[in-house]
Design a protein around this ligand. Structure first.
Ligand code: PEP
Ligand code: MN
Length: 336
């Protein structure tokens, strides 16, 4: 529920409304606006009887928010959130942030070569998976903590913050120690216990959309993290599962625009997992920025043909450098 105060409502009237909400056993969250103040009501399990609130002096209207997410919504938080992660800012009005690196950390040398390559091309954040959610158990599962160390030192050596996936609560301590951003993968988007624990860390989070998640489910997953007091959430569209098998997933590009209407959180696009095809990554990267994405996550490998994971969708050094050059031109055109 959202209580909208009159333009000239006094501080005392606002306080009286907050006290009335709290007397009902609910939480009041004032949202000051340039025109008028609104008060968000949290903690209700269902419909709230608003008769007493409606009659309080200074109250203009009461809006019942039926969406399952509140803290992530624009209704509750009209101003866009800029997430700071390892010194890099991601969000509305800022130049798009490029996260790049291999799908998996394979060795110290491969990670460092990848980091140097993406840094030289202009990437801002280094990616690499140490704990890999693979479809089958007989494929490379990642180097674990050893991989985290390689990622961290490659990031430090090239001056980039690092992002990596955490698959379960037991890995959280190690991932927090070595990474600047905790990635929640598509397969774990609705692992609610993990989302809550990630929320408690206060660490920046990259939350990927589940393969079959609706936008409402996606934003509700983010709500779990914000509900623990962590607002440093970056959303990531990575394609969804549809009937189409010609591409690995179907890139739902409208999300980049729609999320910016529904939520104050930044949204980036991962064209690598969305398409599964190297040849489609450059054009979908550009399309994502035109659609308003606040950044991209792109898989890059020094030798994609030898990659232990996702080689077919990984750009090599030349491909990524060419793409970054094109993106610079596009960003100029878009006014960044
Ligand atoms: C990844 O980023 O390497 C990954 C596994 O992505 P997703 O969770 O989107 O499949
Ligand atoms: Mn991958």
């Amino acid at each position: 529920m959202l209580i909208v105060m009159h333009h000239g409502a006094t501080a005392a009237q606002i306080l009286a409304v907050e006290e009335a909400v709290e007397a009902m056993g609910l939480r009041a969250e004032p949202i000051p606006g340039s025109e008028r103040t609104a008060i968000g009501v949290l903690g209700n399990q269902g419909y709230v009887d608003d008769t007493t609130i409606r009659e309080l002096p200074g109250v203009r209207e009461v809006i019942h928010v039926s969406k399952p997410y509140k803290l992530v919504s624009r209704d509750f938080h009209p101003a866009p959130t800029v997430v700071e992660a390892g010194g890099v800012l991601v969000g509305e009005g800022l130049p798009p942030v490029i996260m790049a690196g291999p799908c998996s950390i394979e060795s110290e040398a491969q990670m460092l070569a990848s980091a140097r390559l993406v840094k030289a091309a202009g990437a801002h954040i280094l990616r690499g998976g140490a704990f890999k959610p693979r479809t089958g158990p007989h494929t490379f599962q990642g180097l674990g903590v050893e991989g985290l160390k390689y990622l961290r030192s490659a990031g430090d050596e090239t001056g980039m913050p690092v992002v990596t996936e955490v698959m379960r609560i037991g890995q959280l301590e190690d991932v927090c120690r070595y990474a600047d951003i905790l990635q929640i993968g598509a397969r774990n988007m609705q692992n609610f216990d993990l989302l809550k624990e990630v929320g408690k860390t206060g660490h920046p989070v990259l939350l990927k959309r589940g393969m079959s998640a609706t936008i409402e489910e996606f934003l509700s997953a983010a709500e779990y993290i914000l509900a623990e007091g962590n607002e440093r959430v970056i959303l990531c569209e990575r394609g969804i599962r549809t009937f189409e098998r010609a591409t690995r997933n179907t890139l739902d590009l409208s999300v980049a625009t729609l999320i910016r209407e529904l939520s104050h959180l930044p949204i980036i696009v991962d064209p690598s997992h969305a398409t599964g095809k190297r040849s489609l990554v450059p054009v979908m990267s550009k399309a994502a920025l035109v659609a308003g994405a606040h950044g991209l996550m792109i898989e890059v490998h020094p030798e994609p043909e030898k990659a232990l994971c996702d080689g077919a969708q990984s750009l090599n050094g030349e491909g990524f450098t060419g793409l970054m050059n094109d993106l610079r031109g596009l960003m100029k055109y878009l006014g960044y």
